[in-house]
Design a protein around this ligand. Structure first.
Ligand code: 5GP
Ligand code: SF4
Ligand code: MG
Length: 470
């Protein structure tokens, strides 16, 4: 998750902290904030959650009018402190601080080129290559705008970037806009903002999702467009396209699962979209049952939609421990295996003797589902029918969602019937691709859905493909 702010009236570090706190679901391995003031940059970054990395005291050591923030979960590069962001480099024009969400498909090539030209890379991330390319261009005499534009043309893959410089915060999205990025405005004055008068100009911010705006009282202006470069400085907000070859392909998985349900993408509420997926699912795959519930939290909106469209009563069936992180995001398979037991507990009195429909947003490896089904039966459920509010995940993602290699994706090699046997359900059905795309308010052509179809909108180099495709 990424965040950026330019403001002479706000405590930029504190706002970055709260925005990152709201964006915590986008990455839980490391968190960091860099601020800029006239004397230079100040950075704090470390492994762990936002609330573990920052406190009132160390946020006070981050002064300035610009802040860039980042939450990380690894896609390219391992889970270690050297890969924590923002990445800060000094250049001919002062420091730059870069926060990246997404994944480049040509990272290896870019890194090899940089090393051959004499740069020593400290981390193993694709993001570091972007930062060094900007530095290289700026050190060679380009201004920030030229240096960044030139760099973006060399990057293939998914990137939503927030870049801090001594005078501006800059946001950019790849030509397909695979990962989200939005612009917000803080215009209101309140007693806790003593430097702000009713006629002072608004402050602008960038955040991965609108939930990162809500928490700091920023108004959602719009999404950064695919291929757009947005500039925030003393003159306010201005923008241009850095490329002419634009083709919107927002990650449909952001809509279905990854982003928070209270977030809006392209003006559309993800909660409402997920309800709609559940309604479609009920129409496509009806079943006779006594109650329907969702796997917390991500399956819940679709379960409510399923209940609405089917007339089957909605109930809670599983209770989630709120203080356990997402099982998927923790890096090892061993941690994932134990994750579910820590996380979900069935409600025996609700389930006893009932025919239940369990809704989840997706099945990736199938390990979560099987554990859930077993737990439901142990708790007394008579029949367990599973309905999934997305199609079978058959292909890995190369654009910044850390789905496993294809041999770990249960639907890559197995039919729906055999998956049903493996996860031990009485019946199993998935939403169709058509319904998934039809249910959005946006143009269905404007999404990436490669993990369901194998049609990758950005060409993936063979070498990368071989690592993850069987
Ligand atoms: P699995 O089938 O892999 O055992 O688990 C699928 C469950 O993991 C779903 O409930 C889904 O909400 C959750 N999940 C967590 N992270 C991800 C992710 O990045 N992609 C997908 N598809 N599901 C995820
Ligand atoms: Fe999203 Fe799937 Fe496309 Fe990756 S492959 S960007 S997860 S839709
Ligand atoms: Mg889930």
């Amino acid at each position: 998750g990424v965040f950026g702010i330019f403001s002479d009236t706000e405590d930029v570090a504190k706002l970055a902290y709260f925005a990152l706190y709201a964006l915590q679901h986008r990455g839980q391995e490391s968190a960091g904030i860099t601020t800029f003031d006239p004397s230079g940059t100040f950075t704090r970054k470390d492994m762990g959650l936002v609330s573990q990395v920052f406190n009132e005291h160390n946020l006070g050591d981050l002064p300035g009018i610009i802040a860039v923030g980042h939450n990380r979960y690894s896609t390219t590069g391992s889970s270690k402190i050297a890969n924590a962001q923002p990445i800060v480099l000094s250049t001919r024009l002062g420091d730059l601080a870069l926060a990246h969400n997404g994944n480049l498909v040509n990272a290896l090539e870019l890194r090899t080129g940089l090393v051959a030209r004499g740069y020593t890379l400290e981390s193993s991330s694709d993001s570091e290559a972007i930062a060094y390319l900007i530095k290289e261009a700026v050190d060679a005499g380009k201004d920030w705008r030229e240096g960044i534009t030139e760099t973006l043309h060399q990057c293939q893959g998914a990137f939503s970037l927030v870049i801090g410089t001594p005078e501006a915060v800059i946001a950019a999205r790849d030509a397909n806009g695979v990962r989200p990025l939005v612009i917000g405005m803080i215009s209101k004055c309140s007693p806790d903002r003593p430097n702000c008068s009713p006629d002072s100009p608004p402050s602008y911010v960038f955040a991965s999702e609108t939930c990162g705006l809500d928490i700091i009282g920023a108004e959602y202006l719009r999404d950064v467009a695919p291929g757009e470069l947005v500039w925030l400085d003393h003159n306010g907000l201005n923008s241009q396209f850095w490329t002419e070859e634009r083709s919107p392909k927002l990650c449909i998985f952001e809509m279905i699962y990854f982003a928070r349900p209270d977030t809006y993408m392209q003006g559309e509420s993800l909660y409402t979209y997920r309800l709609e997926l559940g309604r479609y699912l009920a129409r496509e795959h009806p079943i006779e049952a006594d109650l329907v519930f969702g796997v917390p939290d991500s399956g819940i909106p679709a379960a409510i939609g399923y209940s609405q469209a089917s007339g089957i009563s909605y109930s809670e069936g599983l209770i989630k421990n709120r203080y356990v992180g997402r099982t998927f995001i923790q890096p090892t398979q061993a941690m994932r295996e134990t994750g579910i037991r820590m996380k979900l507990n069935p409600l025996k009195d609700v389930l006893e003797g009932k025919r239940v429909v369990v809704i989840d947003d997706s099945i990736v490896r199938g390990t979560t589902s099987r554990k859930i089904v077993r737990a439901l039966r142990e708790a007394g459920a008579k029949e367990v029918h599973m309905r999934i509010s997305s199609p079978p995940v058959t292909h890995p993602c190369f654009y910044g969602i850390d789905t496993d290699s294809q041999d770990h994706l249960i639907a890559a090699t197995k039919s729906v019937e055999s998956i049903a046997k493996i996860i031990e359900v009485d019946s199993l059905a998935y939403l169709s691709s058509e319904a998934m795309l039809e249910a959005t308010k946006s143009n269905p052509q404007h999404f990436c859905s490669a993990c369901f179809s194998g049609e990758y909108p950005i060409p993936v180099p063979d070498k990368l493909k071989r690592a993850k495709l069987v």
